[in-house]
Design a protein around this ligand. Structure first.
Ligand code: ZN
Length: 498
């Protein structure tokens, strides 16, 4: 029997607000000494009252809107009760039956497959403190710096059919958080945490079977590996007819590469949810939603689609640009300069040739940005923000290459000077005499001289030893100090020798 995996994700995103979810404490406590960014509220002292962080609330709404969720007219917070040493109040303030967003979706591309991933819910809550267990296991310490950090929980429908699809979604969600500028979303630092649930079923079946939940997935790689391990383990259970109806929780052991059975999962009833009496329910107005909608930038999945449609770039180039938002923003600026110039140059021209040429120049810009400028930036350990080349000058530089006013070898030289000085490319070309010699008289004169000075190779070429042509081209390139286009030189020499 052929089996298919049914996978869903539950993701926690740490919001990078200045202060915590319900108090004014510094939210950047992860880099501070233990227990220094705390107050009576986030350490759960009796008699204190929580106050909602407005920014966290708006960012939560913004995410729910970006994930195409239905936004309720009214939302509220609830207490989720459980006893654990990292939870000072004995309950976590979370959202239960009226989350900030429900029934959404987000479309991603995994491999060649486009998947519309259902979003069950998006809700706000607070994080717990952090426990440190002594190596000998004889004592534990609590750091409350993280206690009360705003978290956004996002739960997907079980819409993934392979571990790779789940990983692709998580990576896409990370990009979304970065584009919305609400979280650094670094998995390794715990800003983005993921639990995955998985069951198998006979391919084609629509029923959902009892799922297993996997905890402690703290890298994209471990999400994929742990799920792949579970597929293997559960396939064996199906083969042996030992599939259990009992929902279980397993932890991922990165070193051993296996999942290990943990406690059985609490049901919702074990948490005894009830409305948070210190925070009254609040109303979300249509006006507020409209305002937030307008503030959402172009999302990574849409931008990827548009780049593919409009710019004719390779998958690798698109992936680089989408994961490096600053580079795609920079490129867009360059492109709009180039497009304006291109239209001005060809006011009456339209149609297929116009589009082909336009795509060609955009591709040229993307490729010089990704392959050449990036290398200079990385070599100097800089960021794109620190680069002196304006988008206008970069566009000018691309124009020079496009119009064959500078060949690609000398263009690299020009780019290096621009990178160092921030200078104007046309200026640099003129000053350093790096401009390309086209089919000018100067070039013809040099070619005639090379033919005259090298009678032997010329004779050999004429008697059929055509390899000597490369030698003659090399001589011309040398005489022009690399300013000629080798293809043009080739054509001219051949016609002269005939
Ligand atoms: Zn506090």
């Amino acid at each position: 029997m052929k089996l298919e995996p049914v996978i869903g994700l539950e993701i926690h995103v740490q919001l990078k607000t200045k202060s915590k979810m319900f108090c004014g404490c510094d939210n950047a406590g992860e880099n501070q000494p233990a227990n220094t960014t705390i107050c009576p509220i986030c350490t759960g002292q009796p008699g204190t009252l929580p106050v909602i962080n407005e920014t966290a609330y708006r960012w939560g709404l913004k995410t729910a809107i970006a994930l195409n969720c239905l936004i309720p007219e009214k939302t509220k917070f609830d207490r989720k009760n459980y006893f654990y040493p990292d939870l000072p109040k004995g309950y976590q303030i979370s959202q239960y039956d009226l989350p900030i967003g429900q029934n959404g979706f987000y479309t991603i591309v995994a491999g060649d497959k486009k998947i519309k991933v259902g979003i069950v819910r998006v809700h706000l809550e607070e994080d717990s403190a952090k426990l440190y267990h002594s190596p000998a296991g004889d004592y534990s310490l609590v750091d409350f710096n993280r206690s009360g950090t705003p978290l956004l929980e996002i739960v997907t429908e079980p819409d993934f059919r392979s571990p790779a699809e789940a990983k692709a979604f998580l990576q896409e969600l990370r990009l979304l958080m970065m584009y919305l500028k609400i979280s650094d979303a670094e998995m390794e630092k715990g800003h983005l945490r993921c639990d995955a649930n998985i069951s198998l079923r006979p391919a084609g079946d629509v029923k959902l079977y009892t799922k297993t939940e996997i905890k402690n997935l703290n890298s994209f790689r471990s999400v994929e590996r742990a799920l792949a391990y579970e597929v293997k383990r559960q396939t064996k259970l199906w083969d042996e007819n030992k599939v259990s109806n009992f929902q279980s929780t397993r932890g991922w052991n990165e070193q051993k590469g296996v999942t290990v059975e943990q406690r059985s999962k609490e049901g919702e009833s074990d948490y005894r949810y009830f409305p948070e009496p210190d925070l009254p329910p609040f109303v979300i107005t249509k006006k507020e939603i409209t305002k937030l909608k307008a503030a959402i930038p172009e999302l990574p999945n849409n931008r990827r689609e548009r780049f593919k449609q409009d710019y004719d770039l390779s998958q690798k180039e698109i992936d680089f640009l989408i994961t490096n938002e600053d580079y795609s923003d920079y490129l867009e600026g360059v492109i709009s300069e180039l497009e304006a110039w291109f239209v001005a140059e060809r006011p009456k021209e339209r149609g297929r040739e116009f589009i082909t040429q336009k795509k060609k120049i955009i591709h040229l810009a993307a490729s010089w940005l990704i392959n050449r400028l990036t290398k200079l930036i990385y070599d100097e350990k800089l960021s794109l923000k620190q680069v002196k080349i304006t988008q206008e000058n970069f566009a000018e530089f691309i124009k020079l290459i496009f119009q064959s006013k500078v060949n690609s070898l000398n263009a690299q030289e020009v780019l290096k000077i621009m990178f160092k000085t921030g200078g104007d490319p046309s200026d640099i070309v003129e000053r350093k005499n790096l401009g390309q010699i086209g089919t000018s008289e100067e070039l013809e004169r040099i070619i005639e001289k090379v033919i005259k000075d090298n009678p032997l190779p010329v004779q050999q070429y004429r008697s059929g030893k055509t390899q000597t042509l490369q030698f003659l081209i090399g001589q011309v390139m040398k005489q022009t100090k690399g300013r000629a286009d080798p293809n043009i030189v080739n054509g001219l020499i051949v016609s002269k020798l005939r």
